[in-house]
Design a protein around this ligand. Structure first.
Ligand SMILES: [Ca+2]
Ligand SMILES: [Ca+2]
Length: 253
């Protein structure tokens, strides 16, 4: 017992038998106590750091495992004939605008585009020059169609939509999507008049609306419903003269 006390006294640097001044003994004990407290603190810090590293490694591992899901790119599409985007999950409006295109009697015009309602210009001259490509607004030419006749000569709005983490696809000739795909919207396939220059096809929402209350017959770019013509187009399954539908679909797989 006494030997044990002597050893403890030696370890703490003092002789417990009273030969050292009290203050010296107290300081050495405090010193050793501080060292021990620091050691305990460092042990705890080390344990916390180890746990933090392990958590980060688990997080990194999880991200690596989920990367095909997390890194799936988003896509965009034009919602033709509407000022907003479809009310479906993860789809939102980037901007709204009006449909533009080349004049229906001009041969040098391009495809239909969705022009924003808040245009900005770089350098320009506001003189009307011939040595240019010309852009017009687009009118509905749906006066003789099975539907949308009330939109005749109104201008066509559009919205550019962001489909987050989704792949999107327009299918001409369908009213519904295939298995595994979600419908963004359904509509009718529209194009330029068959005798005039080709602007490609667009999928107009079946609930299309007018850009504003103006219904003057200004023409410019125009859109018509699209009919199939049998022969090279196989009937069945297609129907001669029937207005073609279309659908825009999305998938996250
Ligand atoms: Ca008009
Ligand atoms: Ca017109």
């Amino acid at each position: 017992m006494i030997r044990g006390l002597l050893i403890v006294g030696f370890l703490f640097g003092g002789e417990v038998l009273g030969e050292e001044p009290a203050c010296y003994t107290t300081n050495r004990f405090e010193y050793e106590k501080n060292v021990l407290e620091k050691l305990i603190y460092l042990e705890q810090s080390n344990a916390a750091a180890t746990e933090r590293i392990a958590a980060l490694e688990r997080q990194l591992q999880g991200q690596t495992t989920q990367s095909p899901q997390n890194m799936r790119s988003s896509s965009t599409y034009v919602h033709w004939g509407m000022k907003t985007c479809p009310n479906v999950t993860a789809t939102s409006v980037i901007f709204s605008g009006q449909v533009g295109g080349g004049h229906f009697t001009h041969t040098g015009a391009g495809e239909y585009v969705c022009l924003p309602n808040d245009p900005s210009y770089d350098q320009y001259s506001d003189a009307a020059d011939n040595d240019r490509s010309w852009m017009y607004g687009t009118e509905y030419e749906t006066g003789t169609c099975p539907v949308l006749t009330n939109l005749l000569d109104f201008e066509v709005p559009c919205a550019v939509c962001l489909a987050r983490r989704k792949t999107t696809l327009m299918i001409a000739g369908r009213t519904s999507c295939y298995s595994g795909w979600t419908m963004e919207y359904q509509g009718y396939l529209m194009g330029s008049y068959y005798k005039y220059n080709n602007k490609g096809y667009i999928c107009l929402n079946k609930h299309a609306e007018s850009f504003d209350s103006s219904s003057g017959n200004e023409n410019g770019a125009v859109i018509y419903m699209t009919e199939g013509r049998c022969g090279s187009l196989k009937c069945p399954p297609y129907k001669n003269g029937a207005e073609l539908a279309c659908v825009v679909c999305s998938t996250t797989s």
